[in-house]
Ligand binder design. Structure first.
Ligand code: TEU
Length: 519
């Protein structure tokens, strides 16, 4: 699966923001890269307070990105090229400019009020409870002209929906059908563990210490009552039934942003979501024990739930993994090593646009920052802009083949040298390595079952054999700074994340921080 962050993928009309026609123009690139499917981040009508994750109309394409006909043409072209397309659905909250919310705040007697969560404040001008917004500050804002507060777990421009009102579920069922009827292959569900809140909206317990989540946020409360309530699982049971009524394969992947994979596993299975992102894996350090623990747990828990595991390293919310793994050539080489291991595992690897050329987190200067997290945290965090900078398609400044105008976020400083067309022309580039690995993965593991046999290595090695139709494949990853040896029967190196792998006389030699496949 390849994640397209639409604002930064390809701009066809020179306004500095990517769009639907831009995606269509670059679909041949994705087909050639060798991915099976594309997830497109929200493109619906939106005031863009959270860059599209604040939806004002779930059935319209925002004019910034084009129109519904542009979406249809893009989808048709994707299908013609053999690519599936999943769209992002945002059911936890709407935009404050959605008609429902506008009606709710302008008419105190409106039925629309019950689609959101309005409450009286506590005495002394205090909000209804102690919940905090993921983006900083209280999760409650006083309504503009009324006397109550409304709940928003994200920005104030993103009022939370009241899923205890059955009309909300009916509306979303109809939204899903709208896109399924247009031919989408499925959905990525934003904040999939959200939706339902504690019926009594009880205070969240205070944590012992301050917890930093994914390097960007500070949480001092345990989010016990604000999300991950059991009722939400019933919603996905319904949605699964809707999807299963459609011909062909349709899927849902949940952004269940919980680190405890045992809790995440409850969301997937034959009667629930097809997949959920494994954020515990994304949090692994470049250490064999961390990585192996998260892989083993991911396989075990998803196996028990009856769902394919997912392997996520980067997305539009996380610091890019080349940077997390140390940055520069070394961070990229470590990233390739983990990617190669992931590509040998059962399940779905998720690739985030730009990682195939080794993109690193960009240091976006304060005056160009766009992320609402940045504004709400009063500069205490740098926000998520650094992983959202535009794709450099070609070496020509200033637009680098992405735009003829001024890009909404600056390019990476190395865009003139690290870009798609340069890397396509260089057989030794990271991009061509990704292309080879994706092809080899398809050829090797198409139709393969999930069986893995783990090999005992030392604590710096992860090694397993996976059964495949053409014969077993050995995958071995050395996370240490020294070369490592292991005894193997395989003699042929199929692919490696770095040169210098040798397999001779029953001994495999892996250079430092390197992964290889052998047969
Ligand atoms: O993210 C939900 C979420 O929990 C993240 O905000 C996460 O905590 C954080 O980004 C980690 O740094 C989803 C979308 O992926 C995100 O882009 C949206 O801002 C958010 O929902 C609100 O819709």
């Amino acid at each position: 699966m390849y994640q397209v962050y639409i604002r930064s993928f390809m701009d066809s009309d020179g306004d500095g923001v990517g769009d639907m026609v831009g995606i269509r123009q670059r679909l041949p690139y994705l087909a050639d890269l060798g991915v099976d499917a594309v997830w497109i981040t929200p493109f619906y009508r939106s005031p863009m307070a959270d860059h599209g994750y604040d939806v004002a109309d779930y059935r319209e394409v925002d004019p910034l990105f084009g129109g519904l006909d542009d979406f249809d043409r893009m989808l048709e072209e994707a299908h013609r090229l053999g690519l599936r397309v999943i769209v992002d659905i945002v059911p936890n909250h709407t935009s404050s400019e959605h008609d429902w919310f506008q009606e709710a705040i302008s008419d105190p007697g409106s039925m629309m009020r019950d689609r959101f969560i309005f409450r009286d404040g506590r005495p002394g001008g205090q909000p209804p409870n102690n919940w905090t917004s993921v983006f900083g500050g209280p999760a409650w804002t006083r309504e503009p002209n009324g006397s109550q507060y409304y709940l928003h777990l994200f920005a104030p421009e993103q009022p939370d929906l009241n899923w205890r009102n059955p009309v909300v579920n009916e509306e979303f069922a109809s939204i899903l059908r709208f896109w399924l009827d247009r031919g989408v292959d499925g959905f990525r569900i934003d904040v999939a563990h959200g939706l339902f809140k504690d019926a009594e909206l009880r205070d969240n317990p205070v944590r012992d210490g301050l917890t930093v989540v994914a390097g960007t946020q500070y949480h001092s409360l345990e989010e016990k009552h604000s999300w991950d309530q059991p009722e939400v699982l019933e919603v996905y049971r319904d949605w699964r039934r809707h999807l299963d009524e459609y011909p062909g394969e349709r899927m849902m992947v949940g952004e269940v942003f919980l680190f405890d994979q045992r809790r995440v596993a409850r969301y997937v299975g034959p009667e629930r979501l097809h997949q959920a992102f494994n954020f515990a894996f994304a949090g692994s350090r470049f250490r064999a024990d961390h990585l192996q623990y998260n892989v083993v747990e991911g396989l075990r828990l998803m196996g028990e739930a009856g769902a394919p595991p997912t392997w996520v390293l980067s997305n539009h919310d996380l610091t890019r993994h080349a940077t997390r793994f140390g940055g520069g050539a070394r961070g990229r080489a470590r990233g390739r090593a983990v990617t190669l291991m992931v590509m040998a595992l059962p399940g779905s690897p998720y690739i985030y646009q730009g990682e195939e050329i080794g993109a690193e987190q960009v240091d976006v200067p304060p005056e160009r920052r766009q992320d609402p997290i940045f504004a709400r945290s009063e500069g205490a965090v740098v926000g998520r802009d650094g992983c959202r900078t535009p794709m450099p398609w070609s070496p020509e400044a200033p637009g680098f083949g992405f735009t003829t105008g001024k890009p909404w976020l600056p390019f990476a400083p190395d865009a003139a040298t690290r870009n798609i067309s340069r890397q396509l022309a260089d057989p030794a580039s990271q991009l061509n390595w990704y292309r080879r690995v994706l092809r080899l993965r398809r050829e090797t593991f198409a139709g393969a079952q999930g069986e893995l046999a783990w090999l005992d290595g030392d604590r710096h090695l992860i090694a397993f054999r996976r059964r495949a139709p053409g014969g077993e494949v050995l995958c071995a990853l050395n996370t240490s700074r020294q070369a490592r040896r292991m005894t193997v029967r395989e003699t042929r190196v199929l692919v490696s994340s770095k040169p210098g792998v040798e397999a001779a006389g029953g001994t495999l030699t892996l250079p430092p921080e390197t992964c290889a496949w052998l047969s």
